[in-house]
Design a protein around this ligand. Structure first.
Ligand SMILES: [Zn+2]
Length: 73
């Protein structure tokens, strides 16, 4: 399969001509939002960022708590 001449449908995974608006096999629009497309991974990436932020905050909380106790005296 030559990826240079064909696009891959993000819904059914078949090779389609680049630039067509609708897949000739499954008749979904080739907007890249299918389960095989990159757009589908974005919600998971956002979720990962949120979890990473929670982890960072959880690591900083003891430090902030120590600083607060230090300045409280
Ligand atoms: Zn398709």
């Amino acid at each position: 399969m030559d990826r240079g001449e064909y696009d891959v449908c993000t819904y059914c995974g078949r090779s389609i001509f680049p630039g067509v608006a609708e897949c000739p096999y499954c008749h979904n629009y080739t907007d890249g939002k299918g389960p095989l497309g990159l757009e589908h991974d974005r919600p998971r990436a956002k979720w990962f960022v949120v979890v990473a932020w929670i982890a960072v905050v959880a690591m900083l909380l003891p430090l902030l708590w120590a600083l607060w106790r230090l300045f409280r005296r």
